[in-house]
Design a protein around this ligand. Structure first.
Ligand SMILES: NC(=O)c1ccc[n+]([C@@H]2O[C@H](COP(=O)([O-])OP(=O)(O)OC[C@H]3O[C@@H](n4cnc5c(N)ncnc54)[C@H](OP(=O)(O)O)[C@@H]3O)[C@@H](O)[C@H]2O)c1
Length: 429
């Protein structure tokens, strides 16, 4: 049986899981591929670190990543070290040396992916990245292959486990954002610096990759409108519940009037929507296609085992391509659709206003909405006197019109404070 050789950049949470899987399932993998997959070199930062990897592999460790990407014996380079540089330069070097690539690096792909995909195309090598979005959930392959004949309308998902855990705790235990974040930290669900999760940078990178795939257009992280979850209050969650909604941090990519609208923000979704029941640190992505209808992909979006499984699946695909002399699908960006500015995007909105409890308030508020083309779907008053609040849900409206409405509301003497504004998704289209 032929032997194909793997060189790996990184041996941390994901990298060590990949090595364990390759070792543990080596017989089945060899039978399914028709070749043995051998790990030849593994680059790390620190040789002395203790690692949970198969004993025989320790001798392949090196602190020189160039050894991995230049070794003539290496056929496939697996990049699980993360970061932008030197990772980008190393992958370009690997491609230049004719190596096929598997990467889990969403940050790199969503910022400088075009350079890598172009280089891989020019060199005729494969570049696979199933693990870069939603860890263990097969999503890239279904979008690139199973749905290649479909016209996708919308991709909407929960693609960050940490923030989903925090929102689940806030919803189920009624605790504050800070308390829920503290619990996530205690359980080891957060990065050392949780900013990328909390502020939505991590899901924005994933949204860019998903939008590029779904709409065959180059979308980078910087194109994605982004809001995090730090301002969500226990009161927002409580009102959402009473209205029959659940608050989630959503990554959304959709076609709006021939343009690509891509964004990450917290949103209220109806409790009956399949994404509403995705709890704790689980991920799920909801795909709407013109012919296929609605699909949902659900599972573990992070962790060594789940993410490693996606990486190994990619290695196997590439190995099969190598044996058959073929290539896998590329990153097709022929559509080159315009990216829509947030001002021109449509959504429904939930708005919570502190108001004076006096006659004529509702009429004044309604005219601020009507005068700016935002139509109110439902409204009711909470409390009385100093505590009076108006809770409103709009029909689908343009963001720019909503912002103009908020400006008009701020000018009204009857409105003491705009306490909260949140988008509502998964309802009207
Ligand atoms: N963790 C997840 O659940 C998950 C899920 C999906 C995608 N990903 C992506 O997978 C990638 C890896 O994540 P991870 O969680 O496995 O990271 P990690 O645990 O921090 O591992 C990183 C590995 O890369 C090595 N490394 C870093 N810089 C290096 C350099 N300059 N030269 C040589 N080796 C270097 C480190 O070496 P030392 O061990 O010596 O420090 C370590 O082994 C990232 O792109 C991440 O976004 C991770």
């Amino acid at each position: 049986m032929k032997t194909l050789r793997i060189g790996q950049l990184g041996c941390g949470i994901v990298g060590s899981a990949v090595l364990r899987l390759l070792d543990h399932n080596s017989y089945d993998i060899a039978q399914r591929v028709g070749a043995n997959l051998d790990v030849a070199k593994i680059a790390v930062r620190t040789l002395s670190k203790e690692r949970d990897i198969p004993g025989g592999m320790t001798s392949h460790l090196t602190t020189d990543p160039h050894e991995v990407v230049t070794d003539p014996a290496v056929d496939i380079v697996v990049e699980v070290m993360g970061g932008i540089e030197p990772t980008r330069a190393l992958l370009l070097e690997a491609i230049d040396n004719g190596k096929h690539i598997v990467t889990a690096n969403k940050e790199l792909l969503a910022s400088l992916g075009a350079e890598l995909f172009d280089a891989a195309e020019a060199k005729g090598v494969d570049l696979y990245f199933e693990a870069a979005v939603a860890g263990g959930i097969p999503l890239i392959r279904p979008l690139r292959e199973s749905l290649a004949g479909e016209r996708i309308r919308k991709v909407m998902g929960i693609v960050n486990g940490t923030t989903n855990f925090i929102l689940t705790r806030m919803s189920e235990e009624g605790c504050s954002f800070a308390e829920a974040l503290g619990e996530a930290e205690r359980l080891g669900y957060t990065e050392l610096d949780p900013t990328a999760d909390i502020e939505g940078f991590d899901p924005a990178a994933k949204a860019a990759i998903l939008a590029s795939l779904a709409f065959n257009t180059r979308v980078v992280s910087g194109d994605v409108y982004r809001e995090g979850i730090a301002d969500i209050t226990a009161q927002d969650i409580a009102f959402a519940k009473r209205l029959g909604y659940t608050v989630k941090l959503l990554a959304i990519a959709e076609q709006q009037d021939g343009e690509i609208a891509v964004r990450v923000h917290p949103a209220m979704i109806p409790n009956e929507h399949p994404l509403a029941s995705v709890r704790d640190n689980l991920n799920a992505v909801f795909v709407e296609g013109e012919s296929v209808g609605e699909l949902m992909f659900y599972g573990r979006g992070a962790g060594g085992g789940p993410t490693g499984t996606s990486v190994v699946g990619d290695i196997i695909d590439i190995a099969r391509n190598m044996l058959s002399g073929g290539r896998g699908p590329g990153m097709y960006t022929y559509a080159d659709s315009p990216i829509r500015n947030i001002e021109a995007m449509y959504s429904q909105y939930y708005i919570l206003l502190d108001v004076a409890d006096q006659p004529g308030v509702l009429a004044a508020v309604a005219s601020a909405f009507g005068g700016n083309n935002v139509s109110i779907r439902s409204v009711w008053q909470e409390g009385t006197g100093d505590q009076a609040q108006l809770v409103m849900i709009t029909h689908r409206a343009l963001e720019r019109d909503l912002q103009a409405t908020l400006g008009a509301l701020r000018d009204l003497p009857e409105v003491t404070k705009i306490t909260s504004v949140m988008r509502v998704e998964g309802g009207e289209t």
